[in-house]
Write a protein that binds this ligand. Structure first.
Ligand code: ADP
Length: 266
């Protein structure tokens, strides 16, 4: 930025050209800073499970600990959980890196959305932990969306798993779908811890977590909502968060509706 100030003084009348240069440089700097932060974050996120695994394995191989029938299974369990978290993390990173590629293509097709989402909720209901309830309010009408079902399933998986993760015992999760003029609106609300107002937009950033220690314990990678956002935007949709701390969170996304076939081009 500083380097550009001399440019104004030399060519003061060319204000437009000058402004373009500034924004280019700041954009470049931002991209470079984000890239560096991303690499630092990835390294840190990978090192944490690896060092945990190493220390548990070291403890196991010391003396005869590996023969201890009470300690050994516990330590191996930790190693297993950490390696599973690493696999989740690397899979999420691969998914993001695929989406960063300009040639990334989605397999879109015409899908009846209400039946589709009904089945997704059924699947979650089957594996719901005890004490939680998952409810749905779906429209009676049929409606069609041009979408990649696998990717949309990933979006819903990420959002509903979060709602489950951050819900208190006895909490209720509601999935509501509304058909609007040009869009279909899906909302997932929970009665969990909530997200502070000032962090509402940041939760869609890569590796952002409101409470690092806590969410790591819950097995999160910090990439779920970043992936959801990219996938929704690749469907020309929008995604956003609303929340009241201590009361609950609602994650909503809208997707463009396919026009009804009326036998004429309107
Ligand atoms: P993670 O894998 O850590 O859950 P996400 O990208 O899915 O990563 O979410 C980012 C952060 O947003 C979470 O770490 C958590 O702090 C916050 N968050 C997401 N969903 C909820 C929710 N339903 N209730 C409270 N906090 C949430």
């Amino acid at each position: 930025l500083k380097a550009n100030f001399s440019a104004i003084q030399d060519e003061a009348e060319e204000m437009n050209g000058f402004l373009t240069v500034i924004s280019d440089v700041t954009e470049e700097e931002r991209v470079e800073r984000e890239r560096r932060e991303f690499v630092a974050n990835v390294s840190h996120e990978l090192r944490t499970p690896l060092t945990t695994m190493r220390s548990y394995l070291e403890a196991l191989t010391e003396g005869t600990t590996w023969k201890d029938e009470t300690i050994a299974p516990k330590f191996l369990n930790v190693v297993q959980n950490e390696s599973e978290r690493m696999i989740r993390l690397v899979n999420d990173l691969l998914q993001l890196s695929k989406m960063d590629n300009k040639d990334y293509l989605l397999q879109k097709e015409r899908v009846e959305y209400i039946e589709y989402i009904d089945q997704i909720i059924d699947r979650f209901s089957l594996n719901l932990k005890e004490g939680l309830s998952l409810k749905r309010v779906l429209p009676k009408d049929r409606c069609y969306v041009w979408m990649d079902s696998d990717k949309l399933t990933q979006v819903l998986d990420n959002i509903i798993s979060n709602a489950i993760k951050y819900s208190p015992e006895g909490g209720e999760i509601n999935v509501t779908v509304n058909i609007e003029r040009h869009h279909i609106l899906t909302k997932v609300s929970d009665e969990g811890v909530g997200i502070p107002q000032e962090n509402l937009e940041k939760v869609f950033d890569r590796f952002y977590r409101v409470d690092k220690a806590r969410t790591r314990q819950l097995g999160g990678t910090g990439l779920g909502l970043a992936i959801a956002k990219e996938l929704i935007e690749a469907h020309d949709g929008k995604i956003w968060a609303e929340s009241r701390e201590g009361k609950g969170t609602t994650i909503s996304f809208s997707l463009p509706l396919m026009r009804k076939k009326r036998g004429r081009s309107s």
